[in-house]
Design a protein around this ligand. Sequence first.
Ligand code: GLU
Length: 495
Amino acid sequence: MSDSAPSAANKPRVRFAPSPTGYLHVGGARTFIFNWLYARHTGGTLVLRLDDTDVERNTEASVQSIFEGLRWLGLGWDEEYKQSERLALHRQAAQDLFAKGLAYRDFTPAHAEADDTSSGQSSAQGAWLFNPGMRELSREESDRRAAAGEPFALRYRVPRGQSRTLRFTDSVYGEQSKQADEVEDFALLRSDGMPTYHLASCFDDADLRISHIIRGQDHLTNTFKHLLIFEGLGAPPPQFAHLPLLVAPDGAKLSKRKHGPVVSVTTYRDAGFLAGAFVNFLCLLGWSPKNDREFLTLDELTAAFTLEAVNRANAVINFTEDDPFDPKALWLNAEHLRALPVEQLSACIQPFFEQAGLDAPPEKLLAVTPLIRERIKLLRDAVSAADFFFVKELAPYDPKELVPQKGDAALARRVLEHAQQVLATIPFDTDSLDETLRAAAAQLGLKAGQAFQPIRVAVCGRKNAPPLFETMAVLGRDVCLARIRQALESLQSLA
Ligand code: GLU
């Protein structure tokens, strides 16, 4: 198979097919993104299909949460379907397979739902394969029992005793094969008449003319069953590409039960990842571009993406209990933040101030944004980096912080009193502040760093703060002087 763009009449059609049984998982998001990239790279079509035939496990909340996660990614899709609206088609397909003799009714109560080993034939490995009594039931008896209302599951009649090998070439995992004799007579319809995942998925893939199935590696072994269904439906099987598993640092498969919110896409959104950075991060889990670059825009990812470059090895997401985010994800987010135009970044951080209950007027936030841009990794970090711009009263700090290194409270007082005087009259812009405060330091016989610390702590309430003159210019004269006055008062407690 080649990734080069096919002729217009023959563009790829791919699908993302989540089951709405939980929130959008990082693994699901990666599958979606790889499908999206493949579609966009090849000029093809991306179908979103909700695999919602498992009525007992589906929830509306999960449907909403999947859409919420996908919308946040901001990539979009081209066509949308719900399997629950296609049940009549699935049942008809099952009926057709039955009519062709490729499926049979299984009236065994234990088999009406799931496969088990309670009776029937087993493989060499002991796995249940089929129940001969049911597989060989005459058509008359099968019809009679069905007409009498006896519940049954419909099973695929997997070819037996023919030494048949099922084969496919996976775009990622290469040649795959399995003896048909080792595949159990899997269910197509449950006893409640609902199609199974295997039937609904393959029928829809064929009916929606899906050309490439790009999905998690956990479905690799299902593919042998799917080959049989495509064959039974008389449809050529699509090209398969299975994606390596995402695993936790200890190698365990990522799961919401075990790993909690770190596996949910909205956790990243709520912490202040940019969707573009998150997409970039997920792409590097199991795929890498030829030049091994890591920071990539969506256009660069789209241009570089090929299925052949997907790796087979499990991809590890690094996190700890204290630090839920992979250091590479944080690094990428910081890079993407810095690459944003300041207006856009400012608009992205605004909601985090609102959430924190801080009134951050857009114009002032726009002036603050360049001062903190280099200091944040997550959008939410902007609040702790810049809250002092937007509070009326600084949070209490230890007055000892005002005392410069190799100095004492008296020195801090001298610096602040001097600053108070000179700041009262000068124009309050960055250049004037720079010039005036440097001259003040020299006049007091101090190094700039020594002189600026009391001023920085007085106006910001902390030592670690954005560049001083720019910060003071944004805060304005009144706020700076009021905070210096307060600092002088608090220094009295050190006397
Ligand atoms: N609904 C299935 C899942 O969420 C889809 C698997 C597939 O892509 O075939 O795992």
